[in-house]
Ligand binder design. Structure first.
Ligand code: FES
Ligand SMILES: [Fe+2]
Length: 430
């Protein structure tokens, strides 16, 4: 497989060579951080759009943003505008947002349409399966060899995974379930597909999208940037949560202590096991989602890069079934806590961007204990940029300390009580 998709041909650049990534390819104990250009350079940004966002499963929204009654989403991924809707059978469908007559953009922004997607220019119409179904006056005087069946909208793959929607421009990509590896199994106890949006907001951050997800992936900064968060998500209670799949994860167990109860104001989801009930799961899905899964709410941040130094954050809070009676006051405690914590992160990542964008930085070193997920993320990035399609392995076990973390008192277990490595071994032999 390659970093091309059917809409782009991969261009050559120094960034597509392994030589550019040598500091990340070293083992974590010797690895360097990424150079400044990766965060600040316009040419890198353009190539990354094509090679990372143009070939990955990119999150395009929360599942319940899409409603069956003619809802259409418009998203940009990998430099391409796509439209996402539901077909006549209720299945998700994605298409390039370009008319098959002379290429006009079909839909400008999220909206509700009837049964037909109609181009504003000469009124060619497509049904929600993408078939060209009307071409007013086009062939009245005859057009040689014109068959409407040849001019349906170009399809784009769209899939739901848990409570999120993803699209990819790569026809050869594995399924989204395979892309995220063992993560669906790890999160299966939450049954996230049944959780619903309670609130959402959006903000623009003057920082590269990678700085935002990298900041989320490390808890090194916790004591200094988030003194309040560090009381419910203590540094010593962080453990590894990283198996096979395109994600970087960590868990906090337990998530609350006696000092603060911000995350305990709402009732937990039903049916969680001891580990899920006591933990927060903090997972960066490659490339563009930060997922914080708590027993009683999920906080999703979807990153939409707008330029090398600017990123739009789409924030959504979801609650589990049974939360219908959650009061505004109870939710406000959780909501305000996240807004406060996120504000602290925004301040520091914007400052990080300013430091990288104004020269003088040469790549530093990473802390294996706190920043190993960044090393994993940098290597996923390097893989996509160099055209290597692979899904990384994770830790052999959630039960072992690594790089100075302690032993998780309540590691993840499947419904048979088996740890990750036994589940993986069982599947290999099945
Ligand atoms: S460009 Fe769409 S109908 Fe002509
Ligand atoms: Fe933070």
């Amino acid at each position: 497989m390659s970093a091309s998709n059917q809409f782009h041909t991969a261009a050559a650049s120094p960034w597509t060579s392994e030589d550019a990534w040598i500091g990340s390819r070293r083992p974590i104990l010797e690895a360097h951080a990424l150079p400044a250009a990766v965060y600040a350079d316009q040419d890198f940004y353009a190539l990354e759009s094509e090679r990372v966002f143009g070939t990955s499963w990119v999150c395009i929204g929360v599942a319940d943003e899409m409603r069956p009654e003619g809802q259409v989403m418009v998203r940009d991924i990998g430099g391409l505008s796509i439209i996402v809707t539901m077909d006549t059978q209720g299945g998700l469908r994605g298409f390039a947002n370009s008319c098959r007559h002379r290429g006009t953009r079909l839909i400008e922004s999220d909206c509700t349409i009837g049964r037909t997607i109609r181009c504003p220019y000469h009124r060619w119409g497509y049904d929600r399966d993408g078939n060209l179904i009307s071409t007013p006056q086009f062939a009245d005087a005859g057009v040689d060899g014109f068959d409407p069946a040849d001019f349906g909208l170009h399809p784009v793959r769209v899939e739901q995974w848990e409570c999120l929607l993803f699209a990819t421009l790569d026809h050869d990509a594995p399924s989204v379930e395979e892309w995220f590896g063992d993560l669906g199994r790890r999160l299966s106890g939450y049954r996230l597909e049944s959780w619903r949006t309670h609130d959402s907001t959006m903000l623009d951050i003057r920082a590269n999208w990678k700085l935002i997800t990298e900041n989320f992936q490390e808890y090194y900064h916790l004591p200094w940037i988030h003194p309040e968060l560090a009381k419910v998500s203590r540094v010593v209670d962080h453990y590894r949560y990283q198996g096979y799949g395109m994600y970087c994860g960590q868990t906090t167990t337990p998530i609350t202590n006696d000092e603060r109860g911000d995350w305990a104001a709402m009732p937990p989801a039903e049916g969680l096991d001891h580990s899920d009930m006591a933990s927060g799961r903090f997972i960066a899905l490659f490339p563009n989602v930060m997922l914080s899964v708590l027993p009683n709410h999920v906080f999703v941040i979807r990153l939409e890069p707008l330029g090398p130094g600017i990123t739009r954050e789409h924030c959504t809070w979801l609650l589990p079934p049974g939360s219908e009676n959650v009061t505004d006051e109870d939710f406000a405690v959780t909501h305000d806590f996240w807004i406060h914590v996120n504000g602290e992160d925004v301040g520091i990542v914007e400052r990080n961007q300013r430091g990288l964008g104004t020269g003088g930085y040469t790549p530093g070193r990473l802390s294996p204990r706190f920043e190993e997920p960044l090393h994993r993320f940098h290597n996923m990035l390097a893989d996509r940029m160099t055209g290597l399609s692979r899904i990384p392995d994770g830790d052999p076990s959630d039960d072992l300390p690594l790089y100075g973390t302690g032993v998780n008192p309540l590691p993840w277990r499947d419904t048979h009580g088996r740890p990750t490595r036994e589940v993986a071994a069982h599947e290999r032999h099945a």
